[in-house]
Design a binder for this molecule. Structure first.
Ligand SMILES: *Cc1c(COP(=O)(O)O)cnc(C)c1O
Length: 357
């Protein structure tokens, strides 16, 4: 096996606990496991969360169907705008659709559950504010559809004390007043849960995503979240190098001293962005070893001036806080979301249930 991702489900549990500590009692959790659970594997994550959360949320209908076909019975909300030819599937698989556009009312099949999504400022998906009245009347007309919830999404909750969160919240509050009170109301993503606890922002349910996997939204570090992922591989080949010997495509890196170079069978097609070339470390035999040269499609190089590794040795790319997608995200000027969702689905994933002892 070229490399393996190990997901520690007990750490997932502890992240769920960290979320629950911030929730008022009775608030439901709608776990966001879109995009293969941010790269961690949607079905195993969903199975494990089934006893701890109330809902699951995914981006697309096929993701929801995959969960149903694997025996997941929790309510599932799909964020995307339904397409006409898929309308039947929502009903068939008992999946909750999102109405983000008034044209959706007429394509959903009788008996389909749906949530209304209002655009309060993000301007991505959601019903525009000028359509509130027509939505109200369609909501009443289409009473063979089953509206169970109403939500919105924040553009800037990953930053504490951001004005636009307050504006969006005020707009949402004025919208929900016009709809029956029994609808499940929800707004909060990770940022809103962790940075805006003091506001009335949790409503009936929250939609945590990235925090489940151990990362804060935005810049701040939160001490009680733990990355749930480890990524390991091994040294496939080694060779001795002399001072000045180049390594990898383009000969962009040359050995500063005599030493040893190892080839690790992971590359940019696995999800190590080529831009990371020369900018991260791995752990081999308890020692931080520098990655050197360009990242190839299926390989990268590491170097040590000592003989600190040999062929077959285990190599950690992600492990704990020291080697984490957070670090890579900093180097790449992106967010952990992009790092973990880039992990190729061909990499095998293993799930640990208990503490490793
Ligand atoms: C992705 C997403 C979330 C979760 O966001 P995080 O920042 O990962 O917590 C919640 N709601 C919607 C509509 C989303 O698209």
């Amino acid at each position: 096996m070229r490399s393996e991702i190990i997901v520690d489900l007990s750490k997932l549990d502890s992240n769920v606990e960290a979320i629950k500590r911030r929730l008022k009692p009775e608030i439901k959790i709608m776990a966001v496991i879109k995009d293969n659970a941010y790269g961690h594997g949607a079905v195993p994550i969903a199975k494990h969360l089934s006893t701890q959360v109330d809902w699951l949320c995914v981006a697309t209908l096929p993701e929801a169907i995959e969960l149903r076909e694997n025996g997941i019975e929790l309510p599932i909300l799909v964020f995307e705008v339904p397409e006409k030819e898929d309308a039947e599937k929502y009903l068939e698989y008992s999946i909750t659709a999102t109405v983000s556009d008034i044209s959706t009312f007429e394509i959903l099949k009788e008996g389909t559950d749906y949530h209304l999504n209002f655009d309060t400022g993000m301007r991505r998906l959601g019903i525009s504010l000028e359509d509130i009245e027509s939505t109200l009347s369609l909501f009443k007309t289409y009473n063979t559809l089953n509206c169970t919830g109403i939500y919105t999404h924040f553009s800037s909750a990953d930053e504490p004390e951001n004005e636009s969160v307050l504006k969006q919240l005020a707009r949402f509050n004025s919208i929900i007043k016009q709809f029956p009170d029994h609808l499940i109301k929800h707004t909060a993503n990770t940022g809103a849960i962790f940075y805006y606890q003091d506001l009335d922002i949790q409503f009936d349910a929250v939609r945590p995503g990235v925090c489940l996997y151990g990362y804060m939204a935005g810049e701040s570090e939160s001490s009680d979240l733990t990355p749930i992922i480890e990524w390991k591989s091994y040294v496939m080949q080694t060779r001795s190098v002399k001072k000045g010997d180049p390594v990898g495509y383009g000969e962009t890196w040359k050995a500063p001293e005599d030493g040893i170079v190892g080839t690790i069978p992971i590359g940019y097609s696995d999800g190590i962005q080529r831009l990371l070339g020369g900018k991260f470390n791995v752990l081999i035999n308890g020692e931080m070893i520098q990655q050197v040269g360009r990242i190839s499609m299926d390989y990268f190089g590491v170097y040590s001036p000592h003989n600190s590794f040999k062929r077959g040795d285990m190599v950690y790319l992600f492990r704990g806080d020291e080697l984490s997608p957070k670090k890579w995200a900093k180097v790449l000027q992106t967010i952990p979301y992009e790092v973990t969702t880039s992990l190729n689905n061909r990499i095998s994933r293993r799930y640990l249930k208990e503490d490793r002892t």
